[in-house]
Design a protein around this ligand. Structure first.
Ligand code: ADP
Ligand code: ADP
Ligand code: MG
Length: 502
């Protein structure tokens, strides 16, 4: 087993991976940008190295620099987390060439699944159902128009190199096709440096259901059942649950098998996720494979009772999977809510600034994965996700109630968050009935456009006084000011509060 792992990421996922390493007795080397000097993942690591300025290109995407740091610190392996370099085949290859272990799939599998059009071809050959579509090199507008008619409207224009919901357009009217193709191309070029787009039949009122897979280097490939992620805004997930209320045991079994076949078709190793879109009758079609740990992996961990990050590390170290497919089962119902610094009443615009106070809910089977503590800031440089709140209940009803309870007790001051919005979705009759589709948020715009009720002044004054009085006296004379970035600290006051110092 490795004795030290470098984590090439930040935020909640870097914290999550650090925990797994420490529980396995593995030391952690962190990397951080100038914006993250006081970040939780830096504090928790055994050592941390500044790698550059805040923009990702100069830090978390600087693969060469990160590999140098891994070699310097004596790490034997690199965990890329999600986002950033996690799905870069070139980075994975460079890590291996440097004599280090990449905790993820072989670069060849990343490369094949990284281009959606190529992945579709491979899936078709492997007998995995794909969405009817059209893709070709050097396509003219006329080709697209003809093929869209053949597929049948509505169609979706998608970026071949896509990710994070970018480069996607839904087209319902043939007259809008050419413009949609052009704008998707522009967005795709900007985001992925590749303007290739293709067409897919748009599965109206679809359900996003994905399957977690895990494969070792000894030829074992298993699936760890499904996650439903239909609650999305801008084609990005915000609430996920497992099991999916749509699936019957037979369809679950078929989908699991299709995911295993998909992984085997590219000689997959380590953890990955095969995403499907299902229609109202639960016919399902391959969308893409994410060749990395997924944001929503904790709900699988809670329902299946595994630690996916530890398993990733074990597999990367050459160990065989500790279970067979038959030994895996789902127990209870888990839900994850992504808590974002964003304003649902204002088109989900990110909310930037310091988190003055973060107070997390606690309880049995309530899990908070966060990378932020009071005093940290949400910046323009990175994803504005503050935390993931995950609960496990015996039944779906219990899980919903538990999540609602936990959300009510999640205090985040200083920023606009989506917490109230998440509660409204959870309590919506369509969600409660387990019938929400990927259209849900767009179709229910009225519900969360209300103004935030202002707190009465008395409440604000009482809270401010409580905050001041409850602050522990940083007692001993000559004590150094706190290094925790506390904006209210009297020790940082530029007046004569602190005696004997200039
Ligand atoms: P998941 O399926 O894990 O929920 P998301 O689409 O939410 O995946 O992406 C997870 C993170 O990775 C987000 O921060 C997202 O912005 C980032 N990401 C995903 N794909 C890409 C990509 N191709 N390029 C850049 N960032 C990406
Ligand atoms: P990304 O790489 O950006 O995650 P995906 O192919 O996974 O791209 O698509 C993102 C989301 O868009 C899906 O989760 C789903 O909600 C929606 N979507 C994608 N393709 C289709 C389709 N053919 N029909 C209906 N919805 C789709
Ligand atoms: Mg996707």
């Amino acid at each position: 087993m490795f004795s030290k792992i470098l984590i090439a990421n930040r935020g909640e996922i870097a914290v999550r991976i650090t925990r797994a390493c420490h529980e396995m007795g593995i030391m952690v080397a962190a990397v951080y940008s100038e914006a993250d000097a006081d970040a939780l993942h830096v504090h928790l690591a055994d050592e941390a190295v500044l790698i550059g300025e805040a923009p990702p290109q100069q830090s978390y995407l600087n693969g060469e620099r990160i590999i140098d740091v891994a070699l310097d610190t004596g790490a034997q392996a690199i965990h890329p987390g999600y986002g950033f370099l996690s799905e870069s085949p070139d980075f994975a290859a460079a890590v291996r060439e440097a004599g280090l272990v990449f905790i993820g799939p072989p670069e060849d599998a990343i490369r094949k699944m990284g281009v959606k059009t190529e992945a579709r071809d491979i899936m078709e050959a492997a007998g995995v159902p794909i969405v009817p579509g059209f893709q070709s090199k050097n396509v003219s507008d006329a080709d697209f128009q003809r093929e869209a008619l053949r597929i049948g409207y509505p169609v979706m224009v998608k970026a071949a190199g896509g990710g994070g919901g970018k480069g996607i357009r839904i087209v319902r009217d043939p007259r809008d096709l050419v413009e949609a193709v052009e704008s998707a191309r522009r967005e795709a070029y900007h985001a992925f440096n590749d303007e290739t787009v293709f067409l897919e039949k748009y599965i109206d009122r679809g359900r996003h259901i994905e399957v977690q897979v895990l494969a070792d280097t000894h030829g074992n490939t298993v699936h760890l059942f499904e996650r439903e992620c239909s609650i999305q805004r801008r084609h990005q997930k915000i609430i996920e649950e497992s099991p999916s209320p749509l699936l019957t045991p037979e369809i679950r079994q078929a989908m699991g098998q299709a995911a295993v076949n998909a992984a085997r078709a590219v000689n997959y190793v380590n953890a990955g996720t095969v995403e499907f879109i299902a229609d109202q009758d639960a016919n399902f079609y391959f969308l893409e494979m994410n060749t990395r740990l997924q944001v929503e992996h904790p709900i699988t961990e809670m329902v299946v009772g595994v630690d996916l990050v530890k398993l990733q590390i074990r597999v990367a170290a050459g160990e065989a999977l500790p279970f067979t497919q038959e030994q895996l089962s789902q127990r209870g119902h888990a839900i994850e809510c992504r808590v974002y610094a964003e304003d649902p009443a204002n088109n989900f615009l990110p909310s930037i600034g310091p988190v003055l106070k973060a107070d997390e809910p606690e309880g049995v089977n309530i899990r908070v994965d966060t990378g932020i503590k009071s005093g940290n800031a949400v910046t323009i440089h990175y994803d504005p996700m503050i935390a993931k709140l995950i609960v496990l209940g015996g039944t779906r009803e219990e899980a919903i109630r538990k999540m609602d309870w936990a959300l009510q007790r999640y205090v985040i001051l200083g920023l606009t968050t989506n917490i109230r919005f998440l509660r409204e979705v959870l309590n919506h009759p369509t969600f409660v009935a387990g019938e929400a589709t990927t259209h849900f948020i767009a179709e229910n715009p009225g519900n969360w456009q209300h103004e935030d009720e202002a707190l009465p002044d008395e409440a604000l004054i009482a809270a401010a006084m409580h905050e001041m009085l409850a602050r522990p006296i940083l007692a001993t004379v000559g004590a150094v000011g706190p290094a925790d970035g506390d904006v209210y600290s009297p020790w940082d006051r530029p007046d004569n509060f602190r005696l004997g110092t200039s």
